[in-house]
Write a protein that binds this ligand. Structure first.
Ligand code: PLP
Length: 428
C-alpha cells in the first residue's frame, strides 16, 4: 500500500505524540538548512533565530564540520565505540584541553554522559551527592535543567514538573538573583543555611544557570554568582554551573561564567557542544570530585563519535584564538541596540539576558506569541521563553552574517509593530 500522501504533514498529526511542541507554532515541512537559514518543502526561506534552542550556535551544516564528518564516514571511521579509545575522541579531548581548559586554567576532567543535556545534569547531581554524602541540592526559581526525574526536581516550572505525575524530591528551590524586588537572594540563602532552623538541609550542591534560558533570560550578576560560589564553598557544597544553553559562546565567551571569577566544581555541557547539532553531552569535573568507579555511571551512548569529529572542528575553528569571541561582542551590542528599538514599541517592555542570549519581555505570553507568529509569517523563526512565555527570545546562530542578522531583527521589529497596530485597531 502506498504511503498516505494526502498532505505533507498529516502523518505528524496522525501519528506523532501530543508531546510534540515547537512544530505546533512552526508547522512547515523543512527540507534544507544552511548557516542561519532554513528552507521548507515549497522552497520558502526562513531566518533561524531559534537555532535548535542554542544547539546550532555555529549555524546549520557548517562547511568544515560537514567535510570532516563526511571524510570520517567515508573512511569507515568508528561510528559507535561505547567508551573505547577512538581517534575521534582523542582528537576532541586534545583540542578541548589545549584550546578551552588550559587557557582558562581549568583542571577539570571530562566525563561523557548520555547525549542529552538532562543526562549531563543527572550525572552532575549524582556526582555531587556521591562526593559529599549529602542529598539536598539547591536550585533556583525559573531554573530549567531538563525533564528526567532528577533534573526535573531542580526545574522550577510547575508544568514540566507536573509531567512527572509523582513527587520530585531531593531539591530545595530558592529565589534566583533579582527574583523578588528588594530581596538579596544570596544573603537569604546564606542566612537559611547558617540558621539551624532555616529548614534547608546541608546541600550537596548549589546548581545554577548564569542566564536562565527557558526561565525567561534572567541574567545573574557576576557579583551574585561569586557570592553563591563562596556560600557553596563555606558550606561544603559543590557549585554546579549548568552551561547547557548559555555555554559554547552564547553569552559572548566560551563558558558563560568565565568573566565572573568563579571556578565551578562541575559544569554541564550539551546543546552546541558538537557544533553540528549532533547529540553530545558531558560534565566537567574537578579531579577531587571525580568519584564514580568504572561503569558506576554508565550508558551505551557515552560519547557520540560523529559528534566528537564535529566538536573538535568547532573548537579548532572558533576557539583556538580570540577572533570569534571579539566578533561576538560586536554582535551582542548590535542585538541590544535592535532590541532596545523593539522594546520601545511595546509599553512597559523590558530587555532581558546578555550576550547573544537576549530578548524582550513584552508583558504577556499572548503578545509574545503573536509577535513570534507574525514574524514567522514574514520568514523569521523565533520563540518565546519565561514562566508565562512572555519573553521573545533571540537565539540566532553566533555565526549569523551581519546582513541576515539585521534582516531578522528588522522583521522582528515590524512584527512587533504589526501586531500592536492590529491590537490597537481592534480596541478602537
Ligand atoms: N539545562 C539547561 C540550562 C537547558 O536549557 C536544557 C534544555 O533546554 C537542559 C538542561 C536539558 O537539555 P536536554 O533538552 O538536551 O535534555
Amino acid at each position: 500500500m502506498p504511503y498516505d500522501m494526502d498532505s505533507p504533514t498529516s502523518v505528524f498529526a496522525r501519528r506523532e505524540s501530543e508531546a510534540r511542541s515547537y512544530c505546533r507554532a512552526i508547522p512547515q515541512l523543512f527540507t534544507e538548512a544552511r548557516g542561519s537559514e532554513m528552507f521548507d518543502a515549497d522552497g520558502n526561506r526562513y531566518i533561524d533565530f531559534l537555532a535548535g534552542c542554542s544547539s546550532l550556535n555555529y549555524g546549520h551544516n557548517d562547511a568544515d564540520m560537514k567535510a570532516a564528518l563526511i571524510d570520517h564516514i567515508a573512511g569507515d571511521g568508528i561510528a559507535h565505540g561505547l567508551d573505547l579509545h577512538t581517534d575521534a575522541k582523542r582528537r576532541f579531548l586534545a583540542a578541548f584541553e589545549s584550546h578551552i581548559l588550559k587557557p582558562r586554567d581549568m583542571d577539570h576532567r571530562v566525563m561523557f554522559t548520555g547525549p542529552t543535556g538532562a543526562n549531563a545534569v543527572e550525572a552532575a547531581m549524582k556526582i555531587a551527592r556521591k562526593s559529599t554524602g549529602r542529598t539536598n541540592i539547591i536550585a533556583f526559581t525559573n531554573g530549567f535543567h531538563g525533564v528526567t526525574m532528577g533534573a526535573l526536581a531542580a526545574t522550577g516550572n510547575g508544568y514540566h514538573r507536573g509531567g512527572a505525575a509523582m513527587d520530585t524530591s531531593g531539591v530545595t528551590r530558592l529565589p534566583y538573583d533579582g527574583y523578588a524586588e528588594g530581596v538579596d537572594s544570596a544573603a537569604l540563602l546564606e542566612q537559611m543555611l547558617n540558621d539551624p532552623s532555616g529548614g534547608v538541609d546541608a546541600p550537596a550542591a548549589i546548581m545554577l544557570e548564569t542566564v536562565q534560558g527557558e526561565g525567561g533570560l534572567n541574567a545573574a550578576s557576576a557579583g551574585w554568582v561569586k557570592r553563591i560560589a563562596k556560600i557553596a564553598q563555606a558550606h561544603g557544597a559543590l557549585l554546579i554551573i549548568d552551561d547547557i544553553q548559555a555555554g559554547c559562546g552564547r553569552t559572548g565567551t566560551f563558558f558563560s561564567f568565565e568573566e565572573m571569577g568563579v571556578k565551578p566544581d562541575l559544569v554541564t555541557m550539551a546543546k552546541s557542544l558538537s557544533g553540528f547539532g549532533l547529540p553530545m553531552a558531558m560534565v566537567l569535573v574537578r579531579p577531587k570530585h571525580d568519584v564514580f568507579g568504572p561503569a558506576e555511571h554508565n550508558g551505551t551512548f557515552r560519547g557520540n563519535t560523529h559528534a566528537f569529529v564535529t566538536a573538535r572542528v568547532a573548537i579548532e575553528k572558533f576557539w583556538a584564538d580570540d577572533g570569534f569571541q571579539k566578533e561576538l561582542a560586536g554582535k551582542a551590542e548590535r542585538l541590544t541596540e535592535a532590541l532596545t528599538a523593539i522594546a520601545a514599541t511595546v509599553p512597559n517592555a523590558r530587555l532581558k539576558g546578555r550576550g547573544l542570549m537576549q530578548g524582550v519581555d513584552v508583558g504577556s505570553g499572548e503578545l509574545a506569541g503573536e509577535i513570534c507568529g507574525r514574524a514567522f509569517e514574514m520568514g523569521l523563526i523565533v520563540e518565546t521563553s519565561g514562566p508565562r512565555d512572555e519573553v521573545v527570545k533571540i537565539l540566532a546562530p553566533l555565526t549569523t552574517p551581519a546582513e541576515i542578522f539585521d534582516e531578522g531583527l528588522a522583521i522582528l521589529e515590524q512584527a512587533a509593530r504589526d501586531v500592536q497596530g492590529e491590537t490597537r485597531m481592534a480596541a478602537e
